[in-house]
Design a protein around this ligand. Structure first.
Ligand SMILES: [Fe+2]
Length: 330
């Protein structure tokens, strides 16, 4: 029976792969859209007014942002060291697509990659030209120069699919990626945590982001249970690591929600997150749903969480930015 010996939860946002001088490049975008925050919809100016008493400006100085960035990079180095030392044979990764391989012609609620080769090719120039301001600078953080190909693990993927189908999850199955790019949730793990030398892996994609078919929190929690049983059903002596990629709250940071989430992990009571309104899990904050199956699985296995760091990386007085979370379980 395959053995799960490590869990890693990591944020993956562009602020982790660009210098702090680039962080403000997204503010023009922040001002141009409505933001999901605490279950409502807010303009940038409404958020600035609502959050004035929090004195978020203290986080917006160059030294404050540099300090935040350093803590994030130190935490990521820590995760990469833990991964290297754990002598992992295979990884299972919960992540989401952000219109990289899917588009609104087809977005599965849950999908599993079960092919041999994961392609992470560079974007063609016309695709680069379409990226929003501030995002194009982050691309090398997810795709190495010249592109890359990584190994899948079809046997494990099929064991997971079989168990999940038995548990009444009607999954989409992908033998090759619909586009030759790896969604950045996964590219980040391969590059930054596995240091461009990934073990074979099984990407599990949850549509956290896009209405109308986002799975609910409770469903993500149950999916984790099915995946756990699927991994354990695989006849192999492999040492397995399970990852969650994404979050924490963004594009408007909500430290209270992140705290509640970490408390649930600490108390090994992940199902309590289902009591939070689904309306809260929108935009980048929805990526907490990638963590829920992992956290539930780790609680069930009794692996001990180590909260490596939590860093709310603000970029504006509206509280936009990305709260970064880094946790290992062993
Ligand atoms: Fe993301």
């Amino acid at each position: 029976m395959a053995e799960i010996v490590l869990g890693i939860g990591t944020s993956h946002g562009p602020m982790l792969v660009t210098g702090t001088e680039q962080w403000a490049s997204r503010i023009a975008f922040d001002k141009s859209v409505k933001h999901a925050w605490r279950g409502g919809e807010w303009s940038f100016d409404q958020l600035v007014e609502e959050r004035a008493s929090e004195r978020l400006d203290q986080h917006l100085t160059k030294p404050a942002m540099e300090a935040h960035n350093k803590r994030c990079q130190d935490a990521l180095d820590n995760l990469a060291d833990v991964f290297a030392e754990a002598r992992i044979d295979v990884a299972v990764i919960f992540g989401n697509d952000q219109m990289e391989i899917f588009d609104d012609r087809l977005i599965p609620a849950f999908s599993v990659f079960y092919g041999d080769t994961i392609t992470n090719y560079e974007f063609p120039p016309e695709r680069m030209a379409q990226l929003p301001p501030g995002i194009e600078l982050s691309v090398p953080g997810y795709i190495p120069a010249g592109g890359a190909e990584y190994r899948g693990q079809p046997d494990l993927a099929k064991a997971i699919i079989a168990q999940a189908m038995q548990d009444e999850f009607d999954l989409a199955a992908m033998k090759s990626l619909p586009k030759p790019e790896t969604p950045h949730a996964f590219g980040f793990v391969y590059r930054r945590i596995m240091r461009d030398n990934p073990v074979p892996s099984v990407p599990l994609l949850i549509n956290t982001f896009y209405p109308p078919n986002q799975p609910r929190v409770s469903r993500c929690y149950d999916f984790g249970k099915a995946v756990l049983r699927g991994i354990q059903s695989w006849e192999s002596d492999a040492r397995v690591a399970v990852f969650a990629s994404g979050g924490l709250t963004h594009f408007v940071i909500d430290e209270q929600l992140d705290q509640l989430f970490f408390d649930a992990i600490r108390d090994r009571d992940i199902s309590r997150i289902a009591q939070v309104s689904e309306k809260v899990f929108q935009d980048g904050t929805s990526e907490l749903k990638n963590w829920i199956p992992l956290a539930g699985m780790m609680a069930e296995l009794g692996l001990e969480p180590n909260f490596v760091d939590y860093v709310p990386c603000y970029r504006s007085a509206a509280g936009t930015g990305n709260a970064m979370g880094f946790v290992t379980w062993q």
